[in-house]
Design a protein around this ligand. Structure first.
Ligand SMILES: Nc1ncnc2c1ncn2[C@@H]1O[C@H](COP(=O)(O)OP(=O)(O)OP(=O)(O)O)[C@@H](O)[C@H]1O
Ligand SMILES: [Mg+2]
Length: 412
């Protein structure tokens, strides 16, 4: 392991790309609103970039790097100095700001900003509720989930915490499932609110173009945040214009997005897969009988065999050579091909853990890889993992129209 002592000038921001361990050698240094210390090393995960900023005079740090860890030279706008205006959201003049929604394009810095604001709030003694509404690049839970947690301790990576409140959506993209995601975010926010945090920060996904504009406006309507923080990574955005036109000016705080740091598609994939791995590691194979399990997809319950009754639809597993899932309120047609490798939520009265379906044995028995000991509920998804958990793909699905009106005699 390579250790290096590095000087940081007051005007500079030093970017550390993980894996790395950081310690202070002299001076005062802040990383995303959190002080570096002489004793406790700060750990930067693989593929995470953490900005280091001295406070009043030049400072020295000792950095130890793992494979691919490095000091990245400052390129464009970065560091948390660009977000200094956000501190006003926590000032004595703004006691009405209790719920903040963070919006911005992919890679604009939403998760880092959420961490920064959390750290500032914790310094002030706040109890902070975080709602992670990004089902693609989730931080508090595996992808495919909306989750929430209460934080009382500072941190440099939201991935160091696990959500206490989890709602399983079952897709890594909100496209076509906007209603379901909005409902899940509303539900998790309500549960976090019930724990009475001083401040709630809702972090969102980067889907802000095209249909994403309407989706974000509907999310705002559903949550009624006191403040929206828009992290602008491009000079003009349709969403920004709509926000300014629809809401009062003081409700939208526009901050600069981070510049010059773009995750490559493979880094993005690796960061997403590491979140699946985090919740699946230390698992073992467990047998699960579909007849003894409650099965859900998109908030709807299905049962194997018998026809739909009441609120429960019928589940049928088919052997067709296509992996498209067909779904309606009364029926779920699940190809065996789609089941193998499917990422699932597991639990009993809500999500308690996660698993991956390894194989489908016989007509109603599944082998599931999971670290969870017991469960009686299976939350299905549109997420398929490969066997090394190094890749995921979105399973295709179609809404099935099971209602076909009878032809009238005249039509015939
Ligand atoms: N202020 C900053 N200074 C330096 N680097 C930053 C800053 N903010 C974010 N970064 C780095 O830029 C990258 C993108 O940041 P982040 O993950 O916070 O963005 P995001 O908008 O949440 O992205 P996603 O859409 O993938 O969720 C990360 O590597 C992060 O460490
Ligand atoms: Mg993010």
């Amino acid at each position: 392991m390579l250790s290096r002592v590095t000087k940081i000038e007051v005007k500079d921001t030093l970017l550390i790309k993980g894996p790395a361990t950081l310690k202070l050698q002299d001076g005062e240094v802040e990383a995303i609103g959190m002080r570096l210390t002489y004793e406790e090393p700060m750990i930067v995960r693989r593929n995470k970039i953490v900005p280091l900023e001295p406070i009043t005079k030049p400072a020295y740090i000792i950095a130890t790097f793992g494979p691919n860890g490095e000091i990245v030279r400052k390129q464009g706008k970065c560091g948390t100095k660009i977000w200094i205006k956000a501190a006003e959201l926590l000032s004595a003049n703004t006691p009405h700001i209790r719920k903040i929604l963070v919006i911005g394009a992919s890679d604009s810095g939403k998760s880092t900003f959420t961490t920064y604001l959390t750290n500032l709030a914790i310094t002030k003694g706040y109890k902070v509720g975080i709602v992670d509404a990004d089902i693609g690049q989730s931080d508090l839970a595996p992808p495919g989930c909306v989750s929430g947690a209460i934080l009382c301790k500072q941190l440099i990576d939201l991935r160091d915490v696990k959500g206490d409140v989890i709602k399983f959506v079952g897709s890594t993209s909100p496209m076509g499932l906007e209603d379901i995601v909005i409902e899940a975010v509303k539900d998790v926010t309500k549960q976090v609110e019930a724990i009475h945090p001083t401040l709630i920060i809702v972090n969102t996904d980067g889907y802000i173009d095209g249909e994403g504009v309407r989706y974000k406006l509907r999310l705002i309507e559903a949550l009624s945040p006191d403040q929206i923080v828009y992290i602008a990574s491009e000079p003009r955005s349709q969403l920004k214009e709509r926000l300014v036109n629809t809401l009062s000016e003081e409700k939208v705080l526009t901050l600069e997005g981070v510049e010059g740091i773009i995750k490559s598609p493979s880094e993005r994939m690796e960061r997403r897969m590491s979140q699946f791995y985090r919740f699946l590691k230390n698992g073992r194979v467990q047998r699960c009988n579909l007849k003894d399990c409650k099965v859900f997809l998109l908030n709807r319950q299905y049962t194997l065999g018998s026809a739909a009754f009441g609120d429960i639809g019928q589940l049928e597993i088919s052997d067709i050579a296509d992996n498209t899932i067909l779904v309606s309120e009364s029926k779920l047609l699940l190809p065996r091909l789609a089941l193998e490798g499917m990422f699932v939520g597991l639990g009993a009265n809500g999500v308690k853990g996660f698993g991956c379906i390894l194989s489908h044995k016989g007509s109603d028995s599944l082998n599931v890889w999971t670290p969870l000991q017991t469960f009686n509920t299976l939350y299905l998804s549109f997420i398929k993992l490969n066997n090394r958990i190094s890749r995921d793909e979105r399973l295709p699905f179609r809404y099935l129209n099971t209602y076909t009106p009878h032809l009238a005699k005249d039509d015939a």
